[in-house]
Design a protein around this ligand. Structure first.
Ligand code: AMP
Length: 431
């Protein structure tokens, strides 16, 4: 199938061709005609499937079909995302695909100065891409009006709910006109997502593309058994032996990310960390340095890494396994994209064996295990329970606003109402 058959206009086709896309991805094939037919859509698609173009292209086309000839620009399309990084990426896509159209878009997120955003909005924009918190702040300050929104898109809606944005989303919905087209994109369809979709979408069409864990045989997965205290050493060894030049490494905690970064630097391997305690400037710089190759290793926590789009990422390392099996799938989905092969390695100590079993159950596959002679686990070390980040324990704590979290409004990796604590276990086996 070619893009020409999907009903997109010439300026969009030109931009697509300049991006080098020869044919639409499965989610694009399904979503574009439905959106152009003005249907509400509930789409199951993960990052890496081409979902952003799947909604951005038809949105731009619909906007251009009914563009007012005169008058001040009004916000006609609102795209909500869970994180700043994703907002920035979607904003970039809007600019890229819309480069032969004359729409103005604005990206709005917390953690950076509000005044430039107010100034940009004052000039008039057609499309706003925003994280919920800062958008509400601006709406409260009357820096923007949402009363002319014709198109609402929730991107990575499951993550928005995980991060506790449901109340903000409801407040935003109350500011929108009743008559509008709604698109909801989510990697998973939990009960919460279905509830949100029921309240939001008007007789939606459901579309879904295969989850990456079932679809992607492109990612070669393996597990290295190693003692916890020797993980740093093993990681440096693997990076050096394999001469890996670009590696995304996941840790379970922000402090763990910082510590690992420092250790790698000590070993002469350039590394940067990206997590909720880093300022927006530091995160943008870390990501840019990683993308341009001046930093070899990017150490990230799950939420910070969500939505990061890096083409051709060859190696993903789980320095610690996530206690939520679905996060493993999200993590390894960072590699093996768009037809390229990738490698996902997990360093697993004795304490994490239960997590490994949960993951293998979810992906319905046994991951090959490797024990390097020089890093053989010490049999005298016994398993100790790992603090269950996000599960159980945290739900007993009170929310503690974190000014540096991805939304800039107190939502971050440690939110007690993350999916892991609010809906434990029941999502298992949902792949
Ligand atoms: P997304 O799932 O929206 O994060 O997109 C993942 C990656 O796929 C991005 O780097 C896009 O530039 C790329 N992409 C989107 N559509 C296509 C296409 N039709 N052909 C090839 N690459 C694409």
């Amino acid at each position: 199938m070619s893009f020409n058959t999907l009903g997109l206009s010439e300026p969009l086709l030109r931009a697509i061709s300049e991006e080098g896309y020869s044919q639409p991805t499965p989610i694009q094939q399904q979503a574009i005609p439905l959106i152009l037919a003005k249907k509400d859509v509930l789409a199951g698609a993960q990052t890496g499937t081409g979902k952003t173009a799947g909604f951005t292209l038809p949105l731009l086309q619909l906007l251009s079909q009914s563009a007012p000839n005169s008058g001040k620009r009004k916000i006609r399309a609102l795209i909500l995302t869970p994180t700043r990084e994703l907002a920035a990426q979607v904003g970039e896509s809007v600019t890229t695909y819309g480069r032969y159209l004359s729409f103005k878009s604005s990206i709005i997120f917390g953690g950076v100065g509000i005044n430039p955003q107010i100034a940009a909005l004052r000039q008039g924009v057609d499309i706003v891409i925003a994280t919920p918190g800062r958008l509400l702040d601006l709406a409260k300050q009357k820096a923007l009006s949402l009363s002319d929104v014709e198109y609402l898109i929730l991107d990575e809606a499951d993550r928005m709910l995980d991060m506790g944005f449901i109340h903000d989303i409801k407040k935003i919905l109350a500011m929108l006109p009743k008559k509008r087209q709604n698109l909801l994109f989510s990697a998973t369809f939990s009960d919460e997502i279905k509830k949100l979709a029921d309240g939001l979408l008007n007789t939606p069409t459901l579309i879904e593309v295969a989850r990456r864990n079932t679809a992607s045989e492109q990612v070669e997965q393996s597990v290295y058994f190693v003692d916890k205290l020797r993980k740093k050493e093993l990681l440096s060894h693997l990076i050096k032996m394999g001469n890996w030049q670009q590696v995304l490494v996941f840790t379970r905690t922000k402090h763990g990310a910082n510590r690992l970064c420092a250790q790698l630097e000590q070993d002469g391997i350039s590394a940067a960390a990206i997590h909720g305690n880093k300022s927006q400037g530091a995160r943008t710089k870390a990501l840019a340095d990683f993308k341009n190759g001046s930093v070899r290793i990017l150490v990230a926590t799950d939420i910070a890494a969500r939505g990061i789009d890096i083409d051709l990422l060859p190696h993903v390392v789980n320095y610690e396994l996530p206690n939520i099996p679905e996060d493993y799938v999200h993590r390894i989905g960072r590699t093996g994209r768009a037809g390229n092969e990738g490698e996902a390695i997990s360093l697993v100590c004795i304490d994490e064996k239960a997590f490994l079993r949960d993951i293998e159950k979810l992906i319905k596959k046994e991951i090959p295990k490797i024990v390097l002679e020089a890093f053989k686990p010490d049999p005298s070390i016994k398993a100790e329970p790992i603090e269950q980040k996000g599960r159980g324990q945290q739900s007993r704590n009170k929310p503690s606003p974190n000014k540096n979290d991805p939304s800039g409004r107190g939502r971050g990796e440690n939110r007690p109402n993350s999916r892991s604590s609010s809906t434990p276990r029941k999502e298992k086996g949902r792949a």
